[in-house]
Write a protein of this length. Structure first.
Ligand SMILES: [Zn+2]
Length: 903
C-alpha cells in the first residue's frame, strides 16, 4: 500500500526529467519557485553552491524565510557555541500543522510513554499526527556542503511549485532543519579558505584552498569531534541538541556529513556491526529511506554506496543516539569538494554546487519517505516504547542501582547525565535492600521497565557485545594484515569510564525514591567545627580537584598530606587538602562555604590539629601547593583532539587556565615562567618537529624544576632512547615462540662494509605455517586496538596516585605498549594487571592483551629539580574518562608541588 503510493508520487515527478540535461537545470528540474519567497541570491548575493555560506549569512537567510512565510516556518535558538555563535533550527510545515504545532509536540510526548498513553489513545493520535523529520547539517565544520543544502532544502519546501512531493511533505511531516551544528568549525574553515582564494578556484587537492591548517574545521572551539559527544554531552552545542530532540522526538533523523573527495555518496542502511540494543524494526526501516534516496540518485544518474564503512555501534553519533528514544537515525556522507571545485583521482571535476545538490536530493528524499511512511514510523515509535518497557520487565537485568559512594560527585554526575537523556532515575530517600545488598539513602535507582531501557543498557552495561561473525571477519583480516573494519571504540560503559560503582539487579527495585534531577554538580557543604585551625577537603573526587583549582586561583594557601591520616576518628585519604586558617586571609570560612557550593566538594572545619594516626599537618610528608602556570603544546604536529580535549578538561571541568604554546615556538620561547608543560598526543609523531636542540632545552627546564607531562603517544618521544626523557621503551610485537627457532635459522647479519649479496639462500617452504613465518614482518609494532577499557592498578604510596581509586579504567587505543620503568629511575604508578584480569570492556586482540599485562599506564621519573610524567594512554579522550581525572590532575598540581621551583 505504502509502496504503491510512492510509485504514484514518483510517476508525477518523472515528467520534467525527460530529455533535459540535469546539470544545466536548477536544483530540481521543472520546479518553478514562488517569487514571494526570497532566494539565497536575493538575500546573500550568491546562488546556491556558488559560495560557501558563512554562519551569520545562514542565520540571515533563515530569518528572511521566516519573515516571508511566517505561516509555514519558525526559527528556534537552541544553543550558543563557545565562540558566541548562535545555533538555530527551523521548523517547516503546512499552515494547518504550524497552527497546532504545540499539539504536535505534545502528541509526540504522549506517544513516547505507553504507561500514560493507551494503545487506543495512541492510535487516535497517530491517525492525525504529522511525523517529525529532523535534518541536521554540518556537525563537522569542514564538511561544508550540507549547510548550503539545508538552505536550499528550506527554500524548496517553502517556494517550489513544480514538485508535487512538497505538499505531501508539508501535510504529513514537520521538517526540522538544523542548518549548522558546529558554527565555530564552519567559520574557521571558511575564513581560511577565503584567505587562500585567488582569481580562480583551484581544483587541485594540493592547493592551499584545499589544505586546512591546524586545527581544521571538523571540530568545535575546544577541538571536540561533536559526532562522538551525544551521550556524554561535554559540549554546549550537544547539550542544546539533546534537549531539543527530546522536545520533538523526530521519527527520522539525518546527520549530513562529508567524506574524502575521491568517494561518491553514502546513505543508509548502515554497515555492520549493529548495536544489539537497537530494536529490529529500526534497522529494517533504514532501508525505506535508502531505497527512496537510491531512486532519486538513479534519476539523476549519480553514484552512491550503502552498508559499508559507517556503522552505528557506538551510541555517541548523531546517526545512533536518536535511535535510543525510538527514532530512525541515519548518516549521509557526500564526497567533499573542500572548496569550490575539486579534481578527483580519475580526473573528474566535482563542484561545490554538485555536492550541495546531492545533500539536497537526499534531504528531500528523507522528508518524502517520512511523509509516505508517516503512519508506520509513528506506530513503530510507539511500539518501540512498548517493547522497551516490556524488555525492562522481563530481561535478565531489570534494574541498576548506584550506591551512595566515596566519590559521590561522580555518581551524581552520571545520574544527571542519564536524566538529561530522558532516563527516569530515582534517588532513595531511605535505606533499602535489593538483590541481597543493602543500600543507603542517597543511592540512585534505575528501574528498567521504562521507555529508555535500551539507552540505559547500552550506557551502563559493562560490555556491549559485537556480532560474532563480524569479529571473526576482523580476525581473518588482521591475520592478513588487512586493516580491520572496527570504526570506533568498542567500549564506553559509563560506570567504568567514570569509576562509579553500579550494581545490576534481576528484579525491579521497590524503594522510597524521589525523581533525580539533571544537575551534574550537587553543591557541597562545610561541616564540623568553626574552622579556627583550618579546613580539610578529602581528596579523590573531581569536586575536590575543582576546589583546589578554585582555591589556588584565589591565591589561598593550600597544603596536602601525601599519606592518609585520622582526625577526630575520621579517616582522610592520601592527598587530602589542608587549608590553615593562620596561613590564609581573614574570612576564610565564608570563602570555604562558597568554594564548597560552587565546586561540589564537601569540607570539614577543624578546631584542633591533633591527628591520631598518620602525619601531622606540619610533617615533611605534607607539601604546599604552588599555583602552577600550566602550558600545553599546540599546533602541528600535536593531535588537535588530544590538545583541545586536554585543555578543555583542565579549563572547563576544573576551571584552571592553560596557556597554549605552538610547537614551532618552543625553540626560541622562554619556558621559565611555567611550572608544568603538557605534551598532548602527536600526529603522527613529534619527530622531526621537535629536534635535538628543543629536547636539550626541555631536559634543562625539567632539571631546573619543570614538570613535563607526556600524554598518550607523546610518550614515544620521551621514551625514544635518543631522547631519554623517560627511562621506558616502546615495545615491538612479541615474536611468538614457534617462530623463534625459525629466527635462529636466518643467516647471520652481514657486516655493513661487505658488499651486499645480490641473491639470497634458497629454501624449501614446507607448509602454510612456514609460509606465514616467511611473510611476517621481522620487526613490527603490536597491532592497533580500536579502543577498549582496561584496568590499571595504582601504587597508593606515590603522590601521583594520591586519593585515586585502587583500580582505574583506562581507554587503550592504538599499538603502543611500553616497558615498565626500573625502580632506580622512577615509579610505575599505575600498571595494567595480568592478561586474564586486565580487560574491563570491549574487544581486544589476544596478543595485545597478553603483551599489555604488567606494562605501565602512568610513570613518574624525577629528573634534577623536576619530574617527567608519562601517561602511555591519553586520559582525556573526549573528556569522558572522568575516572582518570584525579590522577591526571595530580600530575599537574602534585607534580609541581613536589618539584622545586623552576629557576
Ligand atoms: Zn563528518
Amino acid at each position: 500500500m505504502q509502496r504503491a503510493l510512492r510509485i504514484a508520487i514518483v510517476g508525477l515527478i518523472i515528467g520534467p526529467f525527460a530529455g533535459q540535461s540535469i546539470a544545466q537545470e536548477g536544483f530540481w528540474p521543472g520546479a518553478d519557485y514562488d517569487p514571494a519567497i526570497p532566494t539565497i541570491e536575493d538575500v546573500l548575493g550568491h546562488a546556491s553552491g556558488e559560495r560557501i555560506t558563512w554562519h551569520r549569512d545562514t542565520i540571515r537567510y533563515f530569518e528572511a524565510l521566516a519573515e516571508a512565510a511566517p505561516d509555514r516556518v519558525t526559527l528556534q535558538r537552541y544553543a550558543e557555541s563557545w565562540e558566541g555563535r548562535e545555533l538555530i533550527y527551523a521548523v517547516i510545515s503546512s499552515p494547518e500543522n504550524m497552527a497546532r504545532i504545540e499539539d504536535v509536540k505534545a502528541n509526540m510526548q504522549r506517544l513516547s510513554d505507553p504507561r500514560k498513553t493507551t494503545r487506543a489513545a495512541a492510535d487516535s493520535i497517530i491517525s492525525n499526527q504529522p511525523a517529525v523529520t529532523w535534518l541536521s547539517y554540518g556537525v563537522h565544520g569542514n564538511e561544508i556542503s550540507s549547510t548550503d543544502a539545508a538552505i536550499m532544502t528550506a527554500y524548496h519546501l517553502l517556494a517550489a511549485r513544480g514538485d508535487d512531493r512538497v505538499a505531501d511533505i508539508l501535510r504529513d511531516t514537520v521538517v526540522v532543519i538544523d542548518p549548522m551544528q558546529n558554527p565555530d568549525g564552519r567559520d574557521r574553515f571558511i575564513h581560511r579558505f577565503e584567505i587562500a582564494e585567488g582569481l580562480e578556484p583551484s581544483p587541485d587537492l594540493i592547493s592551499a584552498e584545499h589544505n586546512e591548517p591546524w586545527p581544521n574545521g571538523r571540530t568545535n572551539h575546544y577541538l571536540f569531534d561533536m559526532n562522538r559527544d551525544w551521550f556524554i554531552m561535554t559540549q554546549p552545542e550537544t547539550r542544546g541538541r539533546v534537549r531539543a530532540l527530546q522536545e520533538w522526538y523526530p521519527v527520522a533523523f539525518v546527520d549530513a556529513h562529508e567524506m574524502g573527495s575521491n568517494s561518491t555518496y553514502y546513505f543508509s542502511p548502515e554497515a555492520v556491526p549493529f548495536n544489539p540494543h537497537l530494536a529490529k524494526n529500526q534497522t529494517e526501516s533504514l532501508e525505506l529511506f535508502g531505497r527512496t534516496n537510491a531512486y532519486w540518485f538513479d534519476r539523476f544518474g549519480l553514484d552512491y554506496f550503502t552498508r559499508e564503512v559507517f556503522d552505528a555501534f557506538y551510541p555517541g553519533y548523531g546517526a545512533s543516539w536518536p535511535s535510543y528514544f525510538g527514532g530512525i537515525a541515519m548518516t549521509y556522507e557526500q564526497a567533499s569538494a573542500r572548496g569550490l571545485v575539486v579534481r578527483k583521482y580519475d580526473g573528474v571535476e566535482m563542484t561545490y554546487r554538485d555536492t550541495v545538490r546531492n545533500h539536497f536530493i537526499t534531504s528531500l528524499g528523507t522528508a518524502q519517505t517520512a511523509a509516505e511512511n508517516r503512519k508506520k514510523l509513528l506506530e513503530d515509535f510507539y511500539g518501540y516504547q512498548v517493547s522497551a518497557i516490556e524488555e525492562g520487565r522481563s530481561e535478565r537485568i531489570r534494574s541498576y542501582i548506584v550506591p551512595a559512594q566515596n566519590d559521590q560527585a561522580a555518581a551524581d554526575k552520571m545520574a544527571g547525565l542519564l536524566v538529561r537523556q530522558g532516563v527516569e532515575v530515582g534517588r532513595a530517600t531511605a535505606s533499602f535492600s535489593a538483590c541481597g545488598n543493602s543500600y543507603e539513602a542517597g543511592s540512585y535507582v534505575i528501574n528498567l521497565a521504562q521507555p529508555r531501557k535500551r539507552l540505559v543498557r547500552t550506557l551502563l552495561d559493562a560490555d556491549v557485545p559485537m556480532d560474532d561473525e563480524f569479529l571473526a571477519e576482523q580476525e581473518r583480516r588482521r591475520a592478513k594484515k588487512i586493516r580491520d573494519e572496527i570504526y570506533d571504540v568498542t567500549a564506553w560503559s559509563l560506570p567504568l569510564m567514570m569509576n562509579v560503582q553500579t550494581d545490576s539487579c534481576g528484579r525491579s527495585v521497590n524503594a522510597a525514591i524521589v525523581a533525580a534531577g539533571p544537575e551534574l554538580v550537587q553543591p557541597g557543604v562545610v561541616s564540623g567545627g568553626t574552622g579556627s585551625v583550618g579546613y580539610l577537603v578529602p581528596w579523590g573526587s573531581s569536586s575536590a580537584v575543582r576546589l583546589l583549582a578554585h582555591a589556588l586561583r584565589r591565591g589561598l594557601s593550600v597544603k596536602s598530606s601525601n599519606l592518609a591520616f585520622t582526625h577526630m576518628e575520621t579517616r582522610y585519604p592520601s592527598g587530602t587538602l589542608i587549608l590553615d586558617t593562620a596561613d590564609n586571609p581573614e574570612g576564610l570560612r565564608d570563602v570555604m562555604v562558597e568554594l564548597a557550593r560552587e565546586t561540589g566538594a564537601n569540607v570539614s572545619a577543624v578546631d584542633d590539629s591533633w591527628v591520631t594516626d598518620g602525619p601531622n599537618f606540619g610533617s615533611m610528608r605534607v607539601v604546599r601547593f604552588s599555583a602552577p602556570k600550566v602550558a600545553i603544546l599546540w599546533d602541528t604536529p600535536t593531535s588537535s583532539y588530544s590538545a583541545g580535549n586536554t585543555r578543555f578538561v583542565i579549563e572547563r571541568q576544573f576551571d584552571y587556565p592553560v596557556t597554549a604554546i605552538r610547537v614551532s615556538t618552543l625553540a626560541e620561547g622562554d619556558l621559565s615562567g611555567y611550572q608544568v608543560l603538557i605534551m598532548p598526543e602527536a600526529w603522527p609523531d613529534y619527530r622531526p618537529a621537535i629536534g635535538d636542540e628543543v629536547i636539550a632545552k626541555l631536559k634543562d627546564w625539567v632539571e631546573r624544576g619543570g614538570v613535563l607531562i607526556g600524554v598518550g603517544n607523546a610518550t614515544r618521544l620521551l621514551a625514544d632512547p635518543n631522547v631519554d626523557l623517560l627511562a621506558i621503551r616502546r615495545e615491538n610485537a612479541v615474536v611468538e615462540a614457534e617462530d623463534e627457532d625459525k629466527k635462529d635459522k636466518k643467516p647471520a647479519k652481514k657486516n655493513g662494509d661487505e658488499p651486499q649479496e645480490t641473491t639470497v639462500e634458497g629454501q624449501y617452504v614446507g607448509d602454510q605455517d612456514e609460509y606465514q613465518a616467511l611473510i611476517t614482518a621481522e620487526k613490527a609494532s603490536p597491532d592497533s586496538v580500536a579502543g577498549v577499557l582496561a584496568r590499571a592498578n595504582v601504587d597508593p604510596d606515590h603522590w601521583l596516585g594520591a586519593g585515586t581509586a585502587a583500580t582505574l579504567n583506562v581507554l587503550v587505543r592504538g599499538p603502543d605498549i611500553y616497558t615498565p620503568i626500573r625502580l632506580d629511575k622512577g615509579v610505575n604508578v599505575a600498571v595494567f594487571p595480568g592478561a586474564d584480569e586486565l580487560l574491563a570492556s570491549g574487544y581486544m586482540w589476544e596478543q595485545n592483551r597478553k603483551q599489555l599485562a604488567y606494562k605501565p599506564f602512568a610513570v613518574a621519573q624525577p629528573m634534577g629539580r623536576g619530574f617527567v610524567i608519562g601517561f602511555t594512554q591519553d586520559p582525556n579522550v573526549r573528556a569522558y574518562l572522568d575516572g582518570l581525572n584525579v590522577i591526571f590532575m595530580n600530575a599537574i598540581f602534585r607534580g609541581s608541588a613536589h618539584a622545586r621551583p623552576v629557576r
